[in-house]
Design a protein around this ligand. Structure first.
Ligand code: ADP
Ligand code: MG
Length: 340
């Protein structure tokens, strides 16, 4: 399928589980119109982890909420298609697919209901999405808590969220998400609120669950270091647009967009300081109208005049059919070799 931006990340012979095309989500506030997600496209295949990375305010959470049908007023998903298992969710609605798509948010304490036990909340999901009740549900709830690495699960299942540590709470949230038996798990900064050791444990857990359950995961983070560890393929988002996309190894080895380079430079120890681009000042702009130039140009260390005048299209920059594209006027122009 060709998209309005001409990009494709299709793998021949395989059908994506979710195909997002030209998604546009707009917030109409009293003061302004915010084009939070401004025409993004990407695919997720069964069983893979796709990364979505960009600084705070770039549109990651709005993307996640758009996929799940959770955009609230004054937001509207205005355009695009979300093809899931062959149907456009924007046409069919989510009711039929509720359990198939699950989301894990950043803050587990908000996701859990304080007045019900953890077991209760897992069993509720099991009842709704898998029709399990009674002792079958009780046993499955304990199994799920064990699967997410909660020790002494038969006792813990009867406890309330406040009796769990932050890391344990996030494990419980993941258990509830799994109780829906999803095909796609959207993880929106699932480890950002946790300390580094717990973060590593949760990442290992997701990795393990993915292999066991053949889950597809959309992993969202502002942290390129975390994305690099988890994702098979990476989409880089800036001010509501995907500015670069490539398989992880390729993106790390040969980033084409200066923004991607800046994110990679932020991974401690990756680039010797003398070879780095200057660190980025400023913030992601809020897209309040259609793009009339490259939205990154004002912060870009290598921008030329044209960058301030023309919005760049995504162009294929992959070698030998590698799925690699970048929306930068300078992409594909490799530096002259042998010159200083
Ligand atoms: P992040 O990449 O940090 O997750 P978000 O997706 O949360 O970023 O936000 C992207 C943009 O959308 C921001 O400019 C933000 O101000 C705007 N936005 C998000 N939610 C709302 C809302 N409810 N009302 C108005 N603007 C919003
Ligand atoms: Mg967010």
């Amino acid at each position: 399928m060709s998209r309005p931006d001409g990009s494709t990340d299709r793998t021949p012979g395989r059908e994506p589980l979710l195909s997002v095309s030209d998604l546009r989500t707009v917030f109409y506030t009293d003061k302004e119109t915010i084009h939070a997600v401004d025409g993004i496209s990407f695919d997720i295949y069964p069983g893979e982890t796709v990364g979505l990375v960009g600084e705070s305010g770039s549109g990651k959470s709005v993307t996640a909420r758009s996929l799940l049908g959770l955009v609230d007023e004054p937001g509207v998903v205005e355009e695009g298609t979300l093809e899931f298992k062959g149907e456009d969710l924007l046409e069919t609605g989510w009711a039929e697919y509720r359990g198939d798509l699950s989301i894990v948010f950043q803050d587990p304490s908000n996701a859990l209901n304080p007045v019900y036990t953890v077991g209760n909340q897992i069993r509720e999901a099991l009842a709704i999405h898998q029709g399990l009740r009674g002792s079958a549900a009780r046993e499955r709830a304990i199994e799920l808590l064990e699967a997410v690495g909660i020790p002494d699960a038969p006792r813990r299942v009867k406890e309330y969220p406040h009796q769990f540590s932050g890391g344990m709470q996030q494990r419980a949230v993941i258990a509830i998400a799994l109780a829906c038996d999803p095909d796609l798990l959207v993880c929106d900064e699932p480890t950002t609120a946790l300390d580094v050791t717990i973060q590593a444990q949760i990442l290992d857990l997701l990795d393990e669950l993915q292999r066991e359950e053949d889950l597809a995961i959309l992993f969202i983070s502002h942290d390129m270091g975390v994305i690099e560890e988890t994702a098979d393929r990476i989409n880089v988002i800036y001010a509501g647009e995907i500015v670069e996309r490539a398989p992880t190894e390729r993106l790390l080895a040969a980033p084409e967009h200066p923004y991607t380079e800046a994110l990679l430079n932020s991974i401690p120890g990756r680039t010797p300081p003398d070879q780095r681009l200057p660190t980025l000042d400023g913030e992601v702009p809020t897209p309040d109208g259609p793009a009339e130039s490259c939205r990154f140009a004002p912060r870009c260390p290598v921008a030329v005049e044209e960058c301030h005048e023309t919005p760049p299209d995504a162009v294929a920059v992959g070698e030998n059919g590698t799925d690699h594209s970048a929306a930068c006027l300078l992409a594909g122009e490799s530096e002259p070799e042998g010159e200083q």
